[in-house]
Structure formats: C-alpha cells, structure tokens
Write a protein that binds this ligand. Structure first.
Ligand code: CP3
Length: 354
C-alpha cells in the first residue's frame, strides 16, 4: 500500500500539529456535481453506483479532482446493512429511500438475516479496496456506517420520516423489542466497520443523523450506549497506524461530554453548537469536526469566505479541528461555491497553526 502523502486529516483527528486545518464535506460525492449525475445515468441508478466498485470509485474521486480536499469518503449508503438484513431497499425518484418490509415486532427482529460481511456486503469491501488503490496515498479514505438508532428509524418507519411515529411508539410501548433490534444492529455495525478497516478504510465515521430527535433521558440508552459498544469493539490500529473514529450525532450539542466519554477520537458537530463552547467543554479529550451550516453555500463566494473565517476564529489556534459542513451538502449548491468554501479553508487556516 502506498504511503500517505497528505495525512493532515488523520493528524488533526489525533490533535497532532498540522500546517493548516484539514477540510472535507459530508456527502461530497453527490448530486450537486454534474459529473456525478452523468455517472449515475450511466450506471442506471444510485444503488448500481454503490454495488459496482469501479463506479463507486469513480464518483468517490470526482470531488477530489475538483477541490483540494484532505480526505475521501467511501461512496455507499448507511442503508446497506438493513438491505443485507433482508428488508429490500429501493429508491423512488424524489422520495428518498424505502424498504419493502418493515420491522414492527419481536418476530420481525428475530426474522432478520444476520449479514455476512464477505458475501452479503462484499461489494462494499470491494469498493473500499478499489478506492484505496486508486487514491494511491493521495489522501486518507473514510469508511462509515449509520448508528444503530438511525438505522432503526429507517427499518421501523419503512423509509424517511418527519415524526418518527412508529419507532417512538415502540420505544415507549415495547422497549424490549427496540433494544433487541439495536443490539443486532450494534453487532452488525461493529463487524461492518471492522471489515471496512481491514479492506483499507483509514478512519471511520458513525452517522447518528437522527439521535437529536430523542429526549434527553432516552438518548443515552437508545443511541449513545450502542455507539459506545461499537467504538469499544473496533480495531483501532491497522498496519501500524491509528484508525480514528468520529461520532456525529446531529442535534447532539447538549450531550458532548457524554459522547466524548464513548472513547471516540472526534465528535462531529452541526451548526447549532458553538465550536468555541464545544472546545472548552471537550477539546482536551477529542478532536472536533464541523460545523458550517450547509445553506451558507447558497451565499456568494465572499459571504462563504466570511463565514469560514468566523468559524476558524471561533475554534481558535492549534490543532484538533477538521473543517466540514454541519451536515451533508445540498443537491442545489453551485459546485463553484463548494470550491470557494474549500479554498477559503486552505487559504485562511494556516495562521491558526503557527
Ligand atoms: O459523503 C459522501 O460523499 C459519501 C456518500 C454517502 C451517501 N449517503 C450517498 C448518497 C453517505 C455518507 C451517505 C450516508 C447517509 N445515507 C445518511 C447519513 C448522512 C446524512 O446525510 O445524514 C443517511 C441518513 C442516508 C440515507 C439516505 N440515502 C437518504 C435519506 C437518501 C436520500 C437523500 C435525498 O436527499 O434524497 C439517500 C440517497 C443517497 N445517498 C444519495 C447519495 C449521493 C442520493 C442518491 C441519488 O443519487 O439520487
């Protein structure tokens, strides 16, 4: 395997000194890029992109060809695990993800297939090793998974949801069934991330996109405890190098101390939390990733630059910050504005590292 020529992302996650703040964007490979839309049309649909290692590799590299990003992220989806458990994932254009079958009872949980990483999810590991080869040490490759709670929302609701009616009813009426599902998911996510690390992922991120919809008394038991269990089960070094773990609970700003106690190396922050405040609270324990509102990319390049400067100043001097958006980039963003964002971080951040 080629040596890494740019390791500032991994160094910042370990709070080691860097020459400038590293930057990547959640959902950096996606519909805002015309070349992504062309690849998707050629592959036929989104899932075919994910399931073919050459296509997954092609679209992973597209944003890196345009922008001086410091990390690549595996092109895949968090819903590969529920699909491999037998729920039948499909995408309805403009509707987001859907499942043919849902999980609503203990019998449904017991009927789930326990996915095998080599046979059922081997296509993801092929994508990881193909991308890692193509990167040739240019930047590190991030692997990822959904959190058990976030995956369970899709499995129980049958797709995206606004009110989380079925999963919250289960949480309050039948917590035993929900815990049984979350336990199955935590085991599979641990195996899945370890398989990605074996295949070549150099850091991993757990997306707890819907953790923030939980009440403060139930977030620890229904989301954080399962992520902590996963963190403890991960392979933390591979081929002589630390494999950092990033936990991202969207809307989790009030729980930073307990999330930091999970043993993760870094926390992802959305834009509703102050980076300065987060640094004071947990900056001695973990690195911080984030946290520009993705909608700032609708502003002019000058406006974007002003916001980047403000966020850099808010974190302040020293290492331990990975610049990112506070959630995924929107599909209607102008690619030139994404470029203005990345360039602003590259140009404005060195003075915070001297
Ligand atoms: O960051 C990257 O570039 C890697 C790719 C990536 C995708 N999905 C590709 C994708 C990642 C990291 C994900 C994670 C994911 N998937 C999450 C967690 C992150 C988050 O944004 O909160 C979630 C909740 C999903 C589930 C999912 N997949 C949804 C809700 C959708 C529909 C999105 C929408 O806006 O309609 C998807 C589809 C999806 N995953 C697309 C992409 C590029 C769009 C598919 C298309 O091309 O039409």
């Amino acid at each position: 395997m080629a040596e890494l020529t740019n390791d500032r992302f991994l160094r910042a996650l370990m709070r080691e000194p860097t020459d400038r703040t590293p930057v990547w964007m959640m959902r950096q490979a996606g519909r805002y890029l015309p070349e992504y839309r062309a690849s998707r049309a050629e592959a036929g649909d989104f899932l075919s992109l994910c399931k073919n290692a050459d296509f997954a590799c092609e679209v992973t590299l597209q944003p890196l060809e345009r922008y001086p990003l410091d990390a690549a992220i595996l092109f895949s989806d968090i819903l590969t695990i529920p699909d491999a458990m037998g729920l039948g994932l499909y995408f309805e254009t403009g509707e987001g993800p859907r499942f043919e079958r849902t999980v609503r009872s203990m019998a449904d949980v017991e009927a789930l297939h326990q996915p095998d990483m080599a046979s059922d999810l081997g296509y993801v590991m092929n994508a990881v090793s193909t991308i890692r080869g193509a990167l040739n040490g240019r930047v590190p490759l991030i692997g990822f998974s959904g959190s058990p709670w976030t995956l369970a929302t899709y499995m129980i609701e049958g797709g995206s949801s606004k009110d989380f009616r079925h999963i919250k009813a289960m949480l309050y009426n039948d917590p035993e069934t929900l815990h049984a599902l979350l336990t199955r998911l935590a085991d599979s996510v641990t195996d899945y991330l370890n398989a990605q690390i074996e295949a070549g992922a150099q850091a991993v991120q757990i997306f707890d996109t819907w953790g923030g919809v939980l009440g403060h008394t139930v977030y620890p038991t229904f989301s954080l405890d399962y992520m902590t269990r996963i963190v403890k089960g991960l392979k933390r070094t591979h081929q002589g190098r630390r494999v950092p773990v990033i936990l991202f609970t969207k809307g989790g700003g009030q729980w930073l101390e307990s999330i930091a106690a999970s043993g993760a190396d870094a926390l992802g922050l959305d834009w509703t939390t102050s980076l300065a405040d987060a640094r004071t609270r947990v900056g001695e324990q973990v690195a911080l990733q984030g946290n520009m509102d993705p909608s700032v990319l609708y502003a002019s390049p000058d406006g974007i630059r002003t916001e980047v400067e403000r966020i850099l100043a808010e974190y302040g001097k020293g290492s331990g910050h990975v610049f990112n958006l506070g959630h995924g980039i929107h599909q209607f963003v102008d690619p030139e504005h994404a470029g203005a964002f990345v360039e602003a971080v590259v140009e404005l951040s060195p003075k915070y590292h001297r």
